[in-house]
Each structure stands twice: as C-alpha cells, then as structure tokens.
Design a protein around this ligand. Structure first.
Ligand code: SAM
Length: 267
C-alpha cells in the first residue's frame, strides 16, 4: 500500500442511490469497491431487510459495467434481532429493484434454506451473510451456503464486532479466521468479516492484494482508509443537503428571500 496510491471507484464517483437507515452504512464504500474489484457474475445476499448492502452491490455492478445478477434472499418478516416488520419494507425494496435494476436483480422472498435449491454448487462469486446473528444461525448459514460459493469466491459477514445480546457472528468469524488462510476483518461500525474461499484464480487487484496481504501494517492502513472513506462520503452527503436547502431559498415577488420546502425523499 505504501508504494501505490489507492484511489478506488467509491472515492472517485460513488453517490449512493439507496440511502436508508442501517448499521451497514459504515461499509458501503468497501462494498462498492469490492464488487468493482471482483466483478461478480453471481451475488447472493442472505438478509436484505431494507436493502442498503444489497443495492450498494447492485449499484456498483451497474456503474462499473459488470454483467452479472444479484439475488437478495429474505423472508421479509424480520427475526429476533430486527423484530417483526410489515410488508412495506419488502414493497419498497421491490420498487427500488424495479426502478433501478430491472433484469439483473431478483428478490427471493423465502427462507434461506428454501432458496438453497436454486443455486448450483461452486457458483456464487460473492455471498453476503447477514440474517439472524446468533452463533448457531451464522454457523448454519455458512455451512449450508459455503458449498455454493465458487473456489476463489468471497464471503462477507456483517456484525463481526457486535458483542451485544446473543449476537455470535464475532465468535464464529474468529473461529473461521483460525481455519482459513485468506480472511480480513473491518473493526469499525459493527464490523465486517471477509473470507476468500481457497482455489480459483485471484487476478491482481490493489484491493484484493491488500485484503489478503497478511501484512499487519497494510491491514491497518486499509482499515483506516475505509473509516475515512465513510466519513468523506458522509461529508459529501451533508454538503449536498446544504446546497439543496440553499437552492430552496428563492426570491419572492416582494424581492425578499422566501423559504421553500426542500424536496422530499432524495438520498
Ligand atoms: C440484519 S437484517 C439485514 C440487513 C441488511 N443486509 C442491511 O443492509 O441493512 C436481517 C434480515 O434477515 C432476515 N432473515 C433472518 N433469518 C432469515 C432466514 N432464515 N430466512 C430468511 N430471512 C431471514 C430478516 O427477515 C431480516 O430482514
């Protein structure tokens, strides 16, 4: 990382189209860059909820000209950690998918176990595990879905730093780190674990090289980079908000400035 300037697409041009409340917010720049780096043909996400992570993957596919498909799997009923929620969450995701990612995005409203049959072994390039976060649930999701991941494919685990309630992703991921050669952990926010399934060909790419360098200093810098990328994205969002509000200040007929309501619903 010392000898090269890392200037990934999230810094160059990422303006999130899907902005909803989620603790996934801390990792969207990385998610955008990871998709650009691995150029997946097939993405599967277990646990979509309101779609922050899922639609970030999709946006990166479109904006980086990646010819692939993304499946979002969720019962859209909620679980013990999200609590139950109503149909509006699914309907909103379905509308966003239709409006922005028609033909490349499929929402499978079912339980993870039921969805397994729709995927071939060794087929998934990027699997994101973000369902229920107990140790047992993560273990089951990983062990049942791992065979579906391509050799060289990437598995992401959200909440690997969340040591609250009965969350157990942190513990399960610590065990995986012992057993697997190529892993990486982002510690900020609620944490994100990255694991590369052995095999396949890893094309030279600055992000992948840093993720799996095994060099402590490089890992530290990469973690810092994505903390700052998140802050930079948030500052840009706030600046855009301010500009929008200023635009809303128009001159009225009496020559005095008139406050107009800012546009609603924009990310
Ligand atoms: C933490 S949320 C996902 C968050 C999302 N990735 C984001 O970006 O904010 C977990 C979701 O997983 C779903 N879920 C949990 N266990 C499931 C299962 N076994 N089958 C289907 N959906 C499940 C819940 O309905 C919930 O919407």
């Amino acid at each position: 990382m010392e000898s090269q300037i890392y200037f990934p697409p999230s810094i160059q041009r990422f303006e999130p189209k899907r902005v909803v409340f989620s603790t996934w917010i801390d990792h969207i720049c990385f998610a955008y860059d990871l998709v650009a780096a691995i150029r997946p043909k097939l993405i599967a996400e277990l646990g979509v909820y309101n779609g922050l992570s899922f639609f970030t993957f999709c946006q990166s596919m479109v904006e980086n000209d990646i010819d692939g498909v993304a499946y979002g799997i969720d019962c859209w009923e909620g679980d013990e950690h999200t609590d139950a929620y109503d149909d509006s969450i699914y309907e909103d995701c379905a509308e966003h998918a239709r409006d922005h990612y028609r033909g490349m995005t499929y929402l499978l409203r079912m339980f993870f176990q039921e969805a397994l049959q729709h995927f071939n072994d060794d087929s998934i390039d990027l699997l994101h595990i973000d369902g229920l976060h107990t140790y047992e649930a993560i273990q089951e999701d990983f062990t049942t879905w791992y065979p579906k991941v391509k050799p060289g494919g990437i598995v992401l685990f959200h909440d690997v730093m969340a040591k609250i309630k009965d969350f157990g992703a942190w513990k399960y991921f610590e065990e995986l780190e012992q057993e697997h050669e190529e892993t990486f952990k982002f510690n900020h926010g609620f944490g994100l674990g990255v694991l590369r399934k052995p095999g396949g060909e890893r094309k030279p790419d600055p992000l992948l090289d840093m993720l799996f360098s095994g060099d402590e200093e490089t890992e530290k810098r990469l973690r810092q980079f994505y903390v700052h990328a998140g802050l930079y994205l948030e500052s840009r969002r706030q600046a855009a908000e301010i500009r929008k509000r200023r635009k809303g200040m128009k001159l009225g007929g009496d020559g005095k400035k008139k406050q107009q309501p800012a546009a609603q619903g924009e990310g």
